[in-house]
Every structure is written in structure tokens, then in C-alpha cells.
Design a protein around this ligand. Sequence first.
Ligand code: NDP
Ligand code: 8X3
Length: 252
Amino acid sequence: MNKLTLITGATSGIGQSCAEKFAASNHDLIITGRRESRLKELAEKLKKNYGIQVLPLSFDIRDKKEVDESVAKIPSDWKVEILLNNAGLAAGLSPIQEGSVEDWEQMIDTNIKGLLYISKAIIPKMIEQGKGHIINIGSIAGKEVYPQGNVYCASKHAVDALTKGMRLDLLPHGIKVSQVAPGLVETEFSLVRFKGDTEIAEKVYQGYEPLKGEDVADAVYYIASLPPHVNINDLLIMPTAQANATTLHKND
Ligand code: NDP
Ligand code: 8X3
């Protein structure tokens, strides 16, 4: 296997761009997400275009049993070198007193518990190998809290804390742990957050140039390709038009 990389949430957005970038750089891949047909289509495309090996594993990352059963399908000679914890979402944008408990649970179960489930399944294998690299996709929402972002911001603050905790605990095992924390990236993120309302979702990215999935993938790949003695702990990547979580310079 060549620098086998497991990417969660590869059916769209940042995860899909990372899959393309790593495939073009000759990494073999395990790609995951719930939308099986998209996953299989992407796997075929990457195999054909880049001559790499790709294993698509379709599962809901919120379900620990599904995560464990899927990880068990990875052939024993496929040693995961890089785990890119990318799957995640925001559901809703509302003041805390009006928030939906269902939305809160979806964000907490995906962004925090899902990340933990897949990490728990992969970390022992990395420890056994005596090397590995975990790259967590955090967010500017994990550094700052913006109005109505409450639970999503809390979930990304948890990713920030887990990144630091993993780095401390995995230090003696030679496993690198990094975080990439993007600002506004035009993906399906807003469509998901606003439950399919394309009009509101599109407005999020109007009047300035947001990041693209490829921009984040370039940063992730840079971190993954550094020599063994170098680690980027944390990388905050923003559109030039965005100064922080709440300050965006839009054209008139
Ligand atoms: P997308 O909605 O385009 O992609 C999200 C990915 O996560 C999809 O592949 C989706 O796959 C997967 N996913 C979501 N829920 C689950 C689940 N329960 N089980 C398995 N997979 C799941 O959004 P982005 O690419 O923008 O988001 C990727 C990451 O980047 C997220 O963690 C997000 O919080 C973070 N981020 C995004 C920013 C942005 O502005 N877009 C900025 C900062 C961080 P499927 O639906 O097929 O299951
Ligand atoms: C996604 C970026 O600003 O919508 O994490 O929270 S933001």
C-alpha cells in the first residue's frame, strides 16, 4: 500500500477534494460517507484516473457498531497511515433558546462522537505500527463563537480540544496529530445547515470569494507531506475576505 489514507466524509466538499488531491499524489485511499453511490462512483473515478487502490466504506459515523463493522472490513495488510477526520456538519443556525434538540444531537453525535468512534477504531492499529498521522478538520467555529452558532461552535471547540488531547496522549507512540481549521468554504455545508434551502445557502457565499474544497485540500496535503520530524499542530485557513468568524468584507 502506498501511504494509505482514510478520509471520512468524502462524498462531497472538503473530503471529496482531499480524496482527489491525495489520489493525484499517489496515496491509496479508504473513503467513507453515507451516500454509497457517490462513494462508489468516486472510488471508480480515482482508481481509473490515478491507478491507485481505493476502498469505499459506506456507514453512518454516528453509529459505533456500523463504524466498527466497517473498519473490520479493511484488509489486514491495509495499514492506515493517515486518518483524516473530516465528516461533520452544522444543523440549523438559531439562538440557543430556539435551538432544536434533534439538530444539537446530530451535530454532537457526528462532529464529536463520530470522530471519536473512528479514531478509537484506527488508533490502536497506528500504535501497533509505531507511526501514523491524524488530521482533524476543525473550524474557525472551534476558535471563536458567533451569534446563533452555539452548539456547532461547541462541537468544533471539542474537536480543537480533542486534537490537543490526542497529540499529548499519542506523543510517545510517534503519531502526529494536526488540525486544519477553515473559515468559509463553499461546499454542501450551508445547504445541509439550512436543510436544503438553496436560496439562503447560496447567499452565504455571495459578494466575496469563499475558499473552495481544493484550497483546504492543498493545506491538508501540505501537512500530510512534511518529513517525519515536522508536524503542523494547527492551521487556520481563511478566505482573504474573512478576518475572523464574524467579519467578512463583501462587495457592494
Ligand atoms: P459537506 O456537507 O460538503 O460534506 C460533509 C461530509 O460529511 C459529507 O461527505 C457527508 O457525507 C459527511 N457526513 C456528514 N454526516 C455524516 C454521518 N452521519 N456519517 C458519515 N458521514 C457524514 O461539508 P464540508 O465539506 O464543508 O464539511 C467537511 C468538514 O469541514 C465538516 O467537519 C465541517 O464542519 C468542516 N468545516 C466546513 C467549513 C465550511 O465553511 N464549509 C468551514 C470549516 C469547517 P454523507 O452525507 O454522504 O454521509
Ligand atoms: C464552518 C464555517 O463560519 O459557518 O465551520 O462556522 S462557519
